[in-house]
Ligand binder design. Structure first.
Ligand code: FAD
Length: 572
């Protein structure tokens, strides 16, 4: 049960084509993963298909915060903030290996008029400190027992000591408050893996192309494999997956997916692009605390967040360009650099940027004239006339609750009593999984010394499964080698990822199972040949397939680089 290797995927596809299911989920982002887990944990037979790689949509492109969202307070989205803060607490408990508390420094400058999107602007900014203090007290209050520590006001000197990159000019005072952060992709993978451990059949690179009906009710989907180079009968043509309940969890594509059914969509998604810049921590002199720049001219806030070995700066919020491969454009880079440089001592330039990334928020159009920054982050579960369930909107932080709402609907249809089993369900890799520790104990050979940064990275990324990665290193000490000299990723992870996380392409490994594509200046192009060698060995790639994978990854890296040139050494 729960075999997420390439062979496991083939078996899952065969079973999906043969065995009618209770629930079929379309979309392998965090929302679809959550629905698959919740339904499987309540005892339903479940399948999930994702047209690209798991988390290849919005769920790998976020700011990676698990938060209530202080900027929804001035919009009086109190229920949203409250539910997200409660979910934050649950995630910290159920996935402590992947979700960590993070301290934020919020500076207040004399020039500030609408910090954190406040709708009112007191004359000369008088009383803004009191308003922020009250807002943060409400934030603490809304978290209730799950609060991570009370906010407090700090003086100018403490702001500058903790957020060393900030300019002192015009700084009046500041605040400290607490939230949490995660690795969005690895969180999605952990939810999927937990779903597979509860019996869910999962397949990436398998797109839904239409719906099957019985007596006017949705009774399954038409699906097609999308993996380049895929072989086998299922790859050649559409096949039908039959299920009594079909859930559309395709994020910004939810409306498009509903249209495959020939029905009028039940909800309207208003995608809004968000871009991030990635810097070294040194460039921003950033330690382990995040900074919030509280005001932009379009009423936004900008986060500077320490993340893994790097610092993330984001985000923008500006409507739709092209949806399939969102990238940070010249305008996005100018916008973010411009705001950053208004607040930092040492101006940053494009040469300081390690990488950029962008994604689309699945915002729901609930209020007609609202700008993207004010569109609702709330979620909705709707039901088409033929019974198709659609879930969209929400945030990474609230995925569990969204999934629970969907499966409650299914329980109601089935006349089952509601069972909220994921409230206290640890995600795969949470401390205490004995099986992986046993794998390590029984592996032979001596483990070559792994440095502290590598050990910390392995337990952060894989939790208790880190033992299984280390067992591979014991068996093949050469797998201890770093893939990129200044990043803590090692060769053993590539092998582990192929065997247990359904990684099938170079991009799956470099851009999602690891984050080399955004942490490395060459976007992983320097590491790609070694990674391709390890994958070829494990997945049985021919040399032609290895070359095809390398070419496809080069094309991906070029597109993602957008207007920023790749270092010349990395471009073949
Ligand atoms: P997706 O992750 O997009 O998943 C939908 C999946 O459906 C895709 O993988 C797609 O390939 C698949 N699909 C589409 N059509 C088909 C088909 N026909 N067949 C099969 N599969 C299909 N939230 C937070 O809580 N904290 C944050 O810090 C945060 N920051 C954000 C920053 C930005 C810039 C953005 C854009 C969002 C941020 N969010 C954040 C929101 C959060 O990332 C999203 O709400 C969440 O990832 C959406 O997940 P999803 O599963 O609904 O959509």
């Amino acid at each position: 049960m729960g075999d997420l290797s390439a062979t496991g995927r083939r078996l899952a596809l065969a079973r999906l084509a043969e065995t009618p299911l209770d629930v079929l989920v379309i979309g392998g982002g965090i929302t679809g993963a959550g629905v698959a887990l919740d339904a499987a944990a309540r005892g339903y037979s479940v399948g999930l298909v994702e047209r690209g790689d798991f988390a290849s949509g919005t769920s790998s492109q976020s700011t990676k915060l698990v938060h209530g969202g202080i900027r929804y307070l001035p919009q009086l989205d109190i229920p949203l903030v409250r539910e997200a803060l409660v979910e934050r607490g649950r995630l910290l408990r159920n996935a402590p290996h992947l979700v960590h508390p993070l301290t934020f420094i919020l500076p207040l400058y004399a020039s500030s008029r609408h910090p954190v999107g406040l709708p009112i602007a007191p004359p000369f900014g008088m009383g803004l400190d009191l308003i922020l203090d009250t807002g943060l007290a409400l934030y603490d209050e809304l978290a209730g027992k799950q609060n991570l520590g009370k906010h407090r006001r700090i003086d100018r000197d403490e702001v500058l000591a903790r957020a060393r990159c900030l300019t002192p000019a015009g700084l009046k005072t500041g605040f400290i408050y607490h939230d949490a952060q995660t690795d969005d992709t690895r969180l999605t993978l952990a939810v999927l893996r937990t779903a597979a451990e509860h019996g869910a059949l999962l397949a990436n690179y398998c797109a839904v192309t239409g719906f099957a009906h019985d007596d006017g009710r949705v009774a399954g989907v038409h699906a097609r494999e999308t993996l380049p180079g895929d072989e086998g009968p299922a790859a050649a043509a559409d096949f039908v997956v039959r299920a009594r309940h079909v859930v559309n969890a395709t994020g910004v594509w939810a409306e498009q997916t509903e249209r495959l059914d020939g029905e009028t969509p039940t909800l309207q998604v208003a995608p809004s692009k968000g871009a991030h810049l990635v810097f070294t921590r040194e460039a921003l002199d950033l330690g382990d605390e995040a900074i919030v720049l509280p005001e932009t001219e379009d009423d936004r806030i900008i986060f500077i967040v320490p993340w893994q070995s790097r610092a993330l700066v984001g985000t923008t919020d500006n409507g739709v360009e092209q949806m399939e491969t969102p990238v940070a454009t010249e305008d996005d880079i100018d916008y973010l650099l411009g705001h950053l440089n208004r607040s930092v001592r040492r101006p940053l330039t494009r040469a300081d940027i390690v990488a950029t990334y962008a994604g689309y928020r699945p915002l729901l159009r609930l209020h007609r004239r609202r700008t993207p920054a004010r569109l609702s982050r709330t979620h909705a579960v709707t039901e088409g006339e033929d019974g198709l369930l659609t879930v969209s909107g929400g945030k990474l932080t609230t995925y569990r609750l969204m999934a629970q709402d969907v499966v409650d609907r299914i329980d109601r249809r089935e006349d089952h009593k509601r069972r909220h089993v994921t409230l206290r369900l640890p995600l795969s890799g949470a401390p205490g999984e004995r099986a992986t520790e046993e794998t390590y104990a029984h592996s032979t050979g001596e483990e070559p010394p792994l440095d502290n940064a590598v050990l910390a990275h392995l337990s952060g990324a894989y939790g208790s499964h880190a033992c299984a990665v280390r067992a591979l290193v014991r068996e093949r000490p050469q797998l201890a080698v770093r893939l990129v000299p200044d990043l803590p990723y090692i060769g053993a992870e590539v092998v582990y990822i192929c065997r247990t996380e359904m990684a099938l392409t170079l991009e799956d490994v470099l851009a999602r199972r690891t984050h080399i594509a955004i942490e490395d200046r060459s976007r992983g192009l320097d590491a790609a040949p070694v990674v391709a060698g390890l994958m070829a060995e494990d997945l049985g790639w021919s040399s032609a397939e290895r070359e095809r994978q390398l070419a496809a990854y080069r094309a991906y890296a070029q597109v993602q680089a957008g207007p920023l040139p790749l270092p010349s050494a990395a471009v073949p």
